[in-house]
Ligand binder design. Structure first.
Ligand SMILES: *[C@@H]1O[C@H](CO)[C@@H](O)[C@H](O)[C@H]1NC(C)=O
Length: 215
């Protein structure tokens, strides 16, 4: 009986883990039909007989992103918007470029675990575990190093070199989603009430209004 309960527990655990990212496909592919008006979880499928190699490809990932912005980094996504054939497949890719000392600011992917490898330069990376510990797990990565950011956790990268840096990352969703913490909290439209943020961050109102004005 005890072993049966353990077995059922393991099956429940493995199926809940399998559900942690996108659902498995029920057909070879479902190339997104961009003109479809049908709203569903994912995107409607193009007629399979009309599918071409171009539905499964993207060009230009060798081109560096423009890092001339406030944070000094640029993410070039290759998700289902760029490759319609990724629809329902539960995977995507990004290129991230970093100016010297540029950051990819703290953010979370609500639908994906991320696995990142450094192609050029050196990065400080980290993620924070959920409440109550909020433990920071961080590391300096060199060229060729690989690091994992578990699904849903707040994470960041910073170029710790004087040259440019570049990384490639795989994500376990066709559409990982990005929530940049500062933009979501201080740059929502309309603003979250200043009083709420004053109390949440335990700082003076002027600091909140000043921060809100920047996002
Ligand atoms: C990079 O972005 C900046 C700021 O938007 C812009 O002024 C500049 O022309 C861009 N550089 C290139 C090469 O596109």
């Amino acid at each position: 009986m005890a072993s049966l309960i353990i077995l059922i527990g393991l099956i429940a655990l493995s199926s809940s883990l399998a559900m942690a990212a996108d659902h498995g496909p029920l057909q070879d592919f479902c190339v997104a039909e961009s003109s479809s008006q049908v709203l569903l979880n994912g995107l409607a499928c193009k007629n399979p007989s009309m599918v071409q190699a171009s539905d499964f490809s993207f060009s230009g990932l060798h081109i560096a992103g423009n890092t001339s912005n406030a944070v000094g980094s640029r993410v070039t996504p290759v998700a289902t918007t760029q490759i319609p054939g990724l629809n329902t497949l539960g995977i995507s890719l990004v290129r991230i470029d970093y100016a010297p000392w540029g950051i990819n600011p703290p953010h979370t992917h609500p639908r994906a675990t991320e696995i990142l490898t450094v192609i050029e330069g050196n990065l400080e990376v980290g993620f924070v575990t959920s409440n109550p510990d909020n433990r920071l797990i961080s590391k300096i990565l060199n060229k060729g190093d690989v690091f994992v950011f578990p699904i849903g956790l707040v994470h960041y990268q910073r170029n710790v070199g004087s040259g440019n840096a570049m990384a490639i990352a795989g994500l376990s969703s066709q559409n990982p989603g990005v929530i940049t913490i500062a933009n979501a909290v201080f740059g929502s439209k309309p603003d979250i009430s200043t009083d709420i943020l004053v109390r949440a961050f335990q700082v003076d109102k002027s600091i909140i209004t000043n921060t809100q004005s920047k996002f």
